[in-house]
Design a protein around this ligand. Structure first.
Ligand code: ADP
Ligand code: AMP
Length: 229
């Protein structure tokens, strides 16, 4: 368990909305630790463990990893990064929760820790824009930076601006897996937005705008919410 109580933000939106892109820009400015369950899973999949193979069997076909495993892995990671010496206010959760059961498990975990949920940022992008964003996405397997072939290219083709590694396409950014992931999003994840809206926590942001405009809008809206501490 972390020793001090923390203040957290969730970033939600369909696959390709720009959650990872925005999280990398806003987390340092808000003193939050960016935690992506997708990144956690990709890290485990990169090793050759049995757990990695089990996780890959879900991720590569665009299915959700079972809730119990996801929640356990996430909370272990949160305890690890926010425990002890961390200077961060809390976490910026990206890719979690993805259904109502995960939202309720998170509520319980935060209550047990005595932590606060400050806001749930909903990055809204029309569905017809998402396929193009996802099939053109390039990611750095080393540092996690995200690019797009057309909309946000690296300075040198195929090379990460941040760490110089070779960029790759994600194994689940195929048209078939994207279709499946988006269907799951609209069926299971989008209803969770209403859960947070009812609690007065939802911040709707237009994600169909230039990357920097979106991050400015989010930071501007969130900063005052931390000042009430
Ligand atoms: P998510 O984490 O929500 O799945 P990403 O941050 O990985 O989304 O972004 C998906 C793709 O769209 C990436 O290739 C990224 O470079 C691109 N992208 C992100 N934000 C924008 C934007 N505002 N306009 C155009 N392309 C964007
Ligand atoms: P993402 O990087 O958020 O697009 O997630 C990539 C994949 O990881 C998803 O398609 C799922 O297979 C898995 N995943 C990530 N987060 C979760 C979650 N909260 N619950 C279940 N599966 C998840």
């Amino acid at each position: 368990m972390a020793e001090k109580s923390a203040a957290h933000v969730i970033i939600m939106g369909p696959q390709g909305a720009g959650k990872g892109t925005q999280a990398a820009l806003i987390a340092p400015r808000l003193h939050l630790e960016h935690i992506s369950t997708g990144d956690l899973f990709r890290e485990v999949m990169a090793g050759d463990s049995e757990l990695g193979q089990e996780i890959r069997s879900y991720v590569d076909r665009g299915a959700l990893v079972p809730d119990a495993l996801t929640i356990r892995m996430l909370m272990d990671h949160v305890d690890h990064v926010l425990g002890g010496e961390s200077e961060m206010r809390g976490m910026l959760l990206d890719g979690f929760p993805r259904n109502q059961a995960q939202a309720e498990a998170l509520d319980l975990a935060l209550r047990e820790r005595g932590d606060r949920l400050v806001s749930v940022v909903h990055v809204d992008v029309p569905r017809e824009r998402l396929m193009e964003r996802l099939t053109g996405r390039l990611v750095c397997p080393n540092c996690g930076a995200t690019y797009h072939r057309g909309f946000n290219p690296p300075k040198v083709e195929g090379v990460c601006d941040v760490c110089g590694s070779s960029l790759i396409q994600r194994s689940d950014d195929t048209p078939e897996a994207v279709e499946r992931r988006l269907s799951i999003y609209y069926e299971q994840t989008a209803p969770v937005l209403d859960y947070y809206r009812a609690k007065g926590l939802l911040l709707d942001v237009d994600g169909d705008r230039p990357i920097v405009d979106v991050s400015e809008r989010i930071v501007e809206a969130l900063l005052p919410k931390f000042d009430v501490d």
